[in-house]
Design a protein around this ligand. Structure first.
Ligand SMILES: [Zn+2]
Length: 399
């Protein structure tokens, strides 16, 4: 069968719920945190040179920009279709190219041209270097878009917090532009000490943060459910992390060549006012917000919270269905989902959170729900007598 026919048959069979295969991504410059349920023997399944696997991407239509050895489909999610005893795989990216109106709705296709959110778990042993993602005005200097990102720390994946459960955000309000210029000028002299101008916040499972473009940040070692605009753009501002040198090329990776040594330009990338906001935590910390009256939801056998919100680019919800309960849940847009605890059914589609996964295994914990299906609603049944069924749902921009 052709891809389109396979997709149409699958949509008819499931009424609009696709099962997705795990998309594992290695990073050569990070130490993997070993909490993504990947079998320990498979941590370096792609070879030592490509690095340990410390990310899993969800409902991804974004190819990983990950060095010269990167396979063409790295980072991309496959729809898994079981048809007449055979297993077929179609890239979610291709499915959206073929029938985006059916998957995301006409309005989203017209305004955004596809699925513009990249969602992932990242799982590191220690901190990521202090870095920034350019705002629109600097991104366009290199022909790219600006990049906001948001974090949530799922408790189910954070029983162990690893080496540095703190994230540095922004700059202290007494910092001057001269201070940061001095740090950048000192790049080759060892640790440029930029972290002394920032503040670290203790990360708490079950909460999150909103990080607009232009904010300096050094994410800590919790397993992070991250939503971001699907653009690869960044600048590293820290010259040494965990004793490892960060090449200066990574500071100017997305800067016009004539600005490589221009400290005013480089400091200009920083959204100064937002970075030095004395109310940074008040404005960017995210506590889950019930999507409707909590007692009502609890009486029906579930709880649902916004976990990523107040953001025009994407949003996310956490849905918990109590043991043995069956609930009907509607949403207004298409979404991807990852089951982080328990087992059950989404209509007739079986879902379960795995205990352990081999690198090439398929799983039943991930999927994608079309816009129509989301609007009509899904009956979600928790098959366990004792354990909650918990899923995280990632949405693109609203139209
Ligand atoms: Zn970042």
């Amino acid at each position: 069968m052709m891809k389109k026919e396979l997709l149409i048959a699958e949509l008819e069979k499931t009424d609009g719920i696709f099962t997705l295969a795990p998309a594992w991504v290695p990073r050569s410059f990070m130490i993997p945190g070993k909490r993504l349920k990947l079998h320990p023997d498979d941590l370096y399944a792609l070879g030592k040179e490509r690095g340990g696997i410390n990310e899993r991407w969800f409902a991804s239509t974004t190819q990983a920009d990950n060095g010269p050895e990167t396979p063409v489909d790295e980072g991309l999610s496959y729809i898994v279709i079981k048809n007449e005893g055979q297993i077929h795989k179609v890239l979610l990216k291709e499915a959206i190219e073929i029938m985006g109106d059916d998957l995301l709705g006409k309005a989203v296709m017209k305004t955004h041209g596809g699925w513009t959110v990249l969602t992932k778990f990242f799982d590191n042993y220690g901190p990521i270097p202090f870095h920034i993602h350019q705002m629109e005005e600097h991104a366009k200097d290199v022909g790219k878009d600006g990049k906001p990102e948001s974090y949530y720390f799922p408790p189910q994946y954070n029983q162990i917090v690893n080496a540095f459960p703190y994230t540095f955000f922004g700059l202290d309000s007494i910092t001057t532009k001269e201070d940061i210029k001095r740090c950048l000028a000192n790049w080759e002299n060892g640790d440029n000490d930029i972290l002394k101008y920032s503040k670290a916040y203790r990360l708490t499972p079950g909460t999150g943060w909103d990080v607009p473009a232009g904010i300096l940040h050094a994410p800590g070692s919790l397993v992070t459910y991250e939503l971001q605009k699907n653009v690869d753009i960044f600048g590293m501002f820290q010259s040494i992390v965990e004793g490892r040198s960060v090449p200066r090329e990574l500071l100017v990776k997305d800067v016009p060549e004539e600005k490589y040594e221009d400290l005013d330009y480089l400091v200009g990338i920083v959204d100064w006012e937002t970075n030095t906001d004395p109310n940074f935590m008040k404005n960017h910390y995210r506590i889950p917000k019930p999507v409707s009256q909590l007692e009502n939801m609890q009486e029906q056998g579930f709880e649902e919270y916004w976990i990523v919100y107040d953001n025009e680019y994407y949003s996310a919800k956490e849905l918990t269905v109590y043991p043995g309960k069956s609930v009907h849940i509607t949403d207004d847009e298409a979404y991807g989902f990852i089951v982080v605890q328990g087992r059950g059914y989404l209509d007739r589609v079986n879902v379960e959170c795995p205990g352990m996964v081999r690198f090439t295994d398929l799983t039943s914990d991930e999927g994608f729900v079309t816009k129509n299906k989301a609007k009509n609603g899904i009956t979600i049944k928790n098959e366990s007598e004792v354990e909650n069924l918990v899923m995280l749902k990632h949405f693109g921009p609203r139209v």
